[in-house]
Design a protein around this ligand. Structure first.
Ligand code: A2P
Ligand code: 11C
Length: 345
């Protein structure tokens, strides 16, 4: 079946990656409709060696569209995803707007593809730092039941969007030219700095990004008993989020067993040979589809503990690729339809 696909936010950092991946994976689309704000309507976006003309995203944009991939920010998704679903279009939404809504499955295809079966027209794509973590945690949870996770992240500026990529570039240029760097996107300079601050601070003094990792992990893994605590940090890296993850399991998993389990795990690549200086790094993960894991060690401070270092391309597995894998899974399960268009009305 040939499908009409809309990409909402097609001019953004994730939207452009979506177009690239649709092309790379030869997604069975007979039409791709790039949508963005009125600011970029009429401009061109690259696709398959040519250009597609961007249209303004309006309430009428979804007529005749089978699947809409959204990455235009939370407020755009909040408003337009239900409109699209009501017109019979299946939305895969990369924003945080619908993730914790019981009506929307939150899916990582390697972890919980079965949750797609009960979709009502809006499917949520998890936060980038959550996706790469659960891809690695799921097979370990299946093997030994994870009780607790302590994670610290080292997140690239591309997670914030194109304007943050431009800001890091601009600040590095300013500093090398002995000029005061311009600070607009983040509250402080990001060049040659680390900010323990991603998204807004909440009443409990955690950031929203940290609480996304806590709450989304439980929903995706389908297990509310997993306790997660996170510290999320922005680092001056363009592409690729890195994470230091410590887990405690009910059943002991040795480092050797963990390596063997992860070696078999879908979407995971083990890079773990410290003697040869081999471990995952953001510079190598950028542009790749896999989630890379290394530095696999037993944590001797508890009975059943492991330390892991996990890296993935945040715009690909963390966003655009996972979204398109969800769309592919919808096609292969024959789920590209909305049974009850009133659920999000
Ligand atoms: P535009 O380029 O027209 O502003 P990023 O995450 O890289 O900042 O990209 C955000 C994406 O979301 C862009 O494609 C942007 O389009 C789009 N976008 C932002 N606000 C709106 C809006 N109100 N309606 C439609 N698209 C929007
Ligand atoms: C970041 N994780 O790196 C964020 C970006 O909830 O989809 C994605 C935010 C989200 O800044």
């Amino acid at each position: 079946r040939e499908i009409v696909v809309a990409v909402a936010g097609a001019t953004g950092a994730v939207g452009r990656e979506m177009l690239k991946i649709l092309e790379e994976r030869k997604f069975p689309a007979k039409e791709i409709r790039p949508l963005a704000s009125s600011r970029s309507a009429g401009s061109g976006v690259e696709f398959a060696g040519g250009e597609l003309t961007v249209q303004e995203l309006t309430e009428d944009s979804f007529k005749g569209v089978d699947i809409a991939l959204f990455s235009a920010g939370g407020s755009v998704s909040e408003k337009f995803a239900p409109i699209a679903a009501q017109s019979g279009c299946v939305v895969v939404d990369n924003s945080s707007a619908w993730r914790m809504d019981d009506r929307a499955p939150l899916v990582v295809p390697e972890v919980n593809p079965q949750d797609l079966e009960k979709h009502n027209g809006i499917i949520a794509n998890p936060n980038c730092s959550t996706i790469q973590m659960v891809v690695v945690l799921k097979p370990l949870h299946d093997a030994g039941t994870i009780k607790r996770v302590v994670v610290s992240t080292y997140q690239a500026v591309s997670g914030t969007g194109q304007k943050a990529i431009d800001e890091l570039q601009g600040q590095v240029r300013d500093l090398f030219n002995m000029q005061d760097p311009r600070v607009n996107v983040y509250p402080h300079r990001i060049a040659f700095n680390c900010l323990p601050h991603i998204d807004v601070f909440l009443d409990n003094d955690y950031t929203k990004e940290e609480m996304k990792m806590v709450n989304e992990t439980k929903k995706i893994m389908g297990d509310d008993s997993i306790r997660v605590t996170a510290t999320t940090v922005r680092v001056p890296v363009f592409y690729g989020h890195s994470e230091s993850i410590n887990i405690e399991t009910v059943k002991k998993i040795s480092a050797k067993e963990a390596r063997a389990i992860l070696f078999q795990a879908p979407g995971v690549e083990v890079l773990d040979n410290p003697r040869e200086n081999i471990y995952p790094m953001a510079i190598n993960a950028a542009g790749e589809d896999a989630t890379f894991v290394g530095r696999i060690r037993e944590d001797d401070t508890i009975d059943n503990g492991l330390n892991l270092w996990v890296v993935a391309d945040n715009l690909r597995k963390g966003a655009a690729l996972n979204t398109i894998q969800i769309a592919e899974e919808l096609i292969s399960r024959d789920l590209v339809r909305v049974n009850d268009t009133s659920v999000f009305a």
